[in-house]
Design a protein. Structure first.
Length: 94
């Protein structure tokens, strides 16, 4: 699972204001349009990193989604053959 706190470089108990400031600071430094001389591969990498940064902000800035993200996941309710399928689908949707 992606560590959104690490992406934004904030502690897990960060306030909403701290999260917003960290996002804005990172977005100003990492926006793909700030690097017009990049090769297509570098541009794609920067776009992926910026999307992750945006996702981190969207999740952590919404209290409901942040609570769900912070909640530990339990896979004990799944049968053995469902676990792998569930994990693969979850990874593909991230």
């Amino acid at each position: 699972m992606i560590d959104y706190y690490k992406i934004l470089n904030v502690p897990q108990d960060a306030s909403q204001d701290m999260i917003r400031k960290a996002f804005r600071k990172s977005a100003k430094k990492k926006h793909p349009d700030l690097f017009p001389g990049d090769t297509p591969a570098e541009k794609k990498k920067r776009q992926v990193l910026f999307v992750q940064l945006t996702q981190a902000y969207e999740i952590l800035s919404d209290e409901k989604r942040r609570t769900e993200y912070d909640r530990p996941v339990s896979y004990t309710h799944l049968r053995a053959h469902e676990t792998l399928r569930y994990l693969v689908c979850r990874l593909l949707l991230e």
